[in-house]
Design a protein around this ligand. Structure first.
Ligand code: ZN
Length: 309
């Protein structure tokens, strides 16, 4: 039996990259830790935001498709992405989001309060106060470590086959069911953070790919050896898993779970500081070796991104 620590990263499709960067960098106060291209479509960006070090469990990544149609959030997707903030920071966040003109809804489940809102392109996000997780020391937009987003708290998965999704989470990924209420099952991974997954027990109507939806969720593997063990296990459990793909900052394998959500398993190593220094991470366009010869062309095609920090 293998057990993932929890979420490694979540990747979504959004609209214009400048609007995306302003929202996650300036409104949510995350660090743009990597500015690179979509390795399968290098004329578009792949932007990574996280805590100051880009630690696994804090990383949200985006494929900005500036002119694409709006998607529909629904079954077969991560429905809601949950961020953990420090205890006693909700008053700050209510004021901060109101100042930015963002409509917030308050809700409670499994004994925890949540602030729910949408990003600039319609992705569903929420904040929850949690003790766990180290403070985020990336100072930006006036967000101090006592209020700053620490990383993921977890996610709500919208499944077309909830029993199949829950079974995959427990029997393949090694999460544990810890609760059920009001049509939701709650599962927990063994990591300290990015570890709480809620799944509606009724199928959610089909989503549609486009702007404002999550593309996939990635779970943590330790290193390359551990990753190969995961690949064997996923295959043994009957899932159709891909070969190992080198994503420059981690290795990745992918499979569709029975509820049609795209799962990835990603290594913690080598991480984001291997091709630029900690101090300068995210400031320059980084290209994988296969695209370095096209740098001039790509820098002309990709729109500039300006952040206030
Ligand atoms: Zn990924």
């Amino acid at each position: 039996m293998k057990r993932t620590l929890g979420i490694h990263h979540i990747t979504s499709i959004v609209g214009h990259p400048q609007e995306n960067a302003e929202f996650y960098g300036n409104v949510l106060g995350l660090r743009l830790i990597k500015k690179t291209v979509n390795f399968d479509d290098p004329q578009t960006y792949h932007l990574y935001f996280g805590n100051e070090g880009g630690d696994p469990g804090t990383i949200i990544t985006f494929f900005p498709w500036a002119n694409a149609r709006q998607g529909r959030i629904g079954g077969g997707q991560v429905g809601v992405t949950t961020y953990a903030v420090p205890v006693n920071s909700f008053d700050f966040w209510k004021n901060h989001l109101a100042d930015k003109g963002i409509h917030v809804t308050e809700t409670t489940r499994f004994g925890e309060d949540y602030l729910q809102f949408e990003d600039v392109h319609g992705l569903k996000l929420e904040l929850v106060e949690r003790e766990a997780g180290k403070p985020n020391t990336w100072s930006n937009s006036g967000l101090s470590p006592d209020v700053a987003i620490k990383g993921f708290g977890g996610a709500t998965l919208y499944s077309l086959n909830p029993q199949g999704t829950i079974q995959t989470l427990t029997e393949t990924m090694g999460l544990e069911k810890i609760g059920e209420e009001n049509g939701l099952v709650r599962l927990k991974a063994i990591g300290e953070t990015a570890n709480i997954i809620d799944v509606p027990t009724e199928p959610v109507p089909n989503g549609r790919i486009g702007v404002g939806i999550v593309h996939h969720i990635a779970w943590r593997a330790n290193d390359q050896q551990d990753h190969l063990e995961w690949q064997s296990l996923v295959s043994y459990k009957g899932h159709n898993v891909t070969e190992v793909k080198d994503r420059n900052y981690f290795d990745a394998i992918y499979f569709k779970e029975p509820g049609t959500i795209l799962f990835e398993i990603a290594t913690d190593t080598p991480g984001f500081a291997h091709d630029e220094s900690y101090e300068t991470m995210g400031s320059e366009l980084k290209l994988p070796p296969q695209y370095e010869s096209r740098r001039e062309e790509l820098e002309q095609v990709l729109p500039p991104i300006n952040l206030t920090n």
